[in-house]
Design a protein around this ligand. Structure first.
Ligand code: FAD
Length: 471
């Protein structure tokens, strides 16, 4: 590594090694580019270190605890079931370490150079990267900005002490006795329910009329019902106003329908969305990268910004802030840089929530399809009509398929229930391929599997389901 002012020449500079950046770097290297990836923190970004992966590890541990305690239906009982949360956290950290180590290995194996430091643009073809030891300057032909996002901090609820962002909520050394969650979106719902399963008294304060407001009401109703079972109190249509903390607890004042209320708990978790990392020292203003009113980078259908050799992907560009979207955009941007005609097509981006029951959605909802002018037919097949769901003692929920009435082409699907996160993949593929209901219903699905519910939902929409009565 050269220190000082001599520039090092590379083909593609990737800033940020999250699921957007590292995937883009590997794809660019596969396409023959000399690639440097820089990150001021750990390889893997928010997703592997402070987001998707650690949250799912803790959620799995909470499920494990709950199943160990409640096996009565299977004739299984256990006494004295305990959680050693230090070990739970160690398990989480070991999963993170395995994955981040794996990503570093993949980058090296693809001959991508990794540099740990903070990146700042000097011009549209040069950037400097700083860490405690050195500050090399790089000259690049193309650059992909993948600097991600951070939790939004609200003025009345500054992070610190007993007021946590999702990052600190994943790192608690002990299971809290009580927790207030402001924001019932997917992060608040997942983390709130995870702690509730471990025995925390959880109160969710949500501004809209339901938790997970982006999903259909018939799905969120089931999640709210399941949350109530472990004692989660959900306060909807509520406005959180202020918080006061002591060394022992934190009290939140909020209002519902004009009435003032308050609740006290050991911690407050604030999850009200994420802000793109496009401000600060990065220097986007210096080189003239155009942002929208929310601070997101404006890009075209290949991820190209207003500066032709600079691309942006993931949480810094408009659209869903999800890891798989970031990775997808990373591949497209790398291919565009290599001269390929790849363009983004957002018809199929699954949204997946790891609550209990899980929720997932892909393509259009019934309402969205109607709003777009389609003649729509749809139907919901219940997990209660499926042998595997019953044998898992998990019959709640359904798979809904939305299709074009004129040609039976699948337009969208929504799932609430066991393994919704995995089952949505088949429906995503169906939409991507322009498949019809018949393509799904004529595909022989193994028995007894949860996948049969996908097939039966297609048959239901066609009007001839076997395992439910339609009369
Ligand atoms: C608790 C939680 C749970 C989540 N669960 C899911 C889930 O289940 N599924 C899902 O799809 N998504 C989930 N997400 C969202 C997902 O983590 C993000 O959408 C994803 O990480 C975005 O990827 P990215 O590559 O755009 O950026 P990030 O993952 O945010 O990575 C950006 C990287 O850029 C680096 N960086 C920033 N500025 C600079 C700079 N100037 N110089 C050098 N490096 C810089 C940062 O250090 C960081 O490592 C979750 C998020 C949270 C917080």
């Amino acid at each position: 590594m050269v220190v000082g002012d001599a520039s090092l020449d590379i083909d593609t500079l990737v800033i940020g090694a999250g699921p957007g950046g590292y995937v883009a770097a590997i794809r660019a290297a596969q396409l023959g580019q000399k690639v440097l990836i820089v990150d001021k923190s750990e390889v893997g970004g928010v997703c592997l270190n402070r987001g998707c992966i650690p949250s799912k590890a803790l959620i799995s541990a909470a499920h494990q605890y709950e199943s160990a305690k409640h096996g009565e239906a299977f004739g299984v009982s256990a006494e004295n079931v305990k959680v050693d949360f230090t070990k739970t956290q160690e398990f989480k950290s070991s999963v993170v370490k395995k994955l981040t180590g794996g990503v570093a290995g993949l980058l090296k194996g693809n001959k991508v150079e990794i540099f740990n430091g903070e990146c700042m643009f000097i011009s549209t073809t040069e950037a400097r990267v700083f860490n405690d030891h050195e500050s090399p300057r790089y000259r690049f032909k193309n650059c992909i900005i993948a600097t991600g996002s951070r939790p939004i901090e609200l003025k009345p609820f500054p992070f610190g002490g007993r007021i946590l962002s999702s990052t600190e909520a994943l790192e608690l050394p002990e299971i809290p006795k009580s927790l207030i969650v402001i924001g019932g979106g997917y992060i608040g719902a997942e983390l709130g329910q995870m702690y509730s399963k471990f025995g925390t008294k959880v109160t969710i304060i949500e501004g809209m009329d339901t938790v997970l407001p982006g999903f259909d009401k018939d799905m969120t109703r089931l999640v709210a019902k399941s949350m109530a079972k472990t004692g989660i109190e959900i306060v909807t249509n509520a406005k959180a106003e202020s918080a006061a903390q002591t060394d022992k607890d934190v009290t939140v004042k909020y209002s519902v329908g004009g009435e003032s209320k308050e609740v006290t708990a050991e911690y407050l978790l604030v999850t009200v969305g994420r802000r793109p990392n496009t401000d600060g020292e990065l220097g986007l203003d210096l080189i003239g990268v155009e942002l929208d009113e929310r601070g997101l980078i404006k890009v075209d259908h290949q991820g190209r910004t207003n500066i032709p050799n600079i691309f942006a992907i993931g949480d810094v560009v408009p659209g869903l802030a999800l890891a798989h979207k970031a990775s997808y955009e990373g591949k497209i941007a790398a291919e565009a840089i290599a001269g390929k005609k790849s363009v983004v097509d957002y018809k199929v981006i699954p949204a997946v929530v790891f609550t209990d029951p899980e929720c997932s959605s892909v393509g259009l909802t019934e309402k969205e399809a109607k709003d777009k002018g389609y003649k729509v037919k749809s139907g919901k097949f219940p997990f209660a009509g499926n042998g595997r769901a019953l044998s898992l003692n998990n019959p709640d929920g359904f798979i809904k398929i939305v299709a074009n009435e004129e040609n039976n082409i699948v337009l969208g699907a929504q799932i609430v229930g066991i393994e919704a996160s995995n089952l949505i993949a088949e429906l995503g593929l169906a939409i991507e391929m322009g498949a019809t209901l018949e393509d799904i219903s004529l595909t022989i699905h193994g028995h007894p599997t949860l996948g049969e519910v996908v097939m039966e939902a297609a048959e239901l929409v066609e009007g001839h389901p076997i395992h439910v009565l339609t009369r």
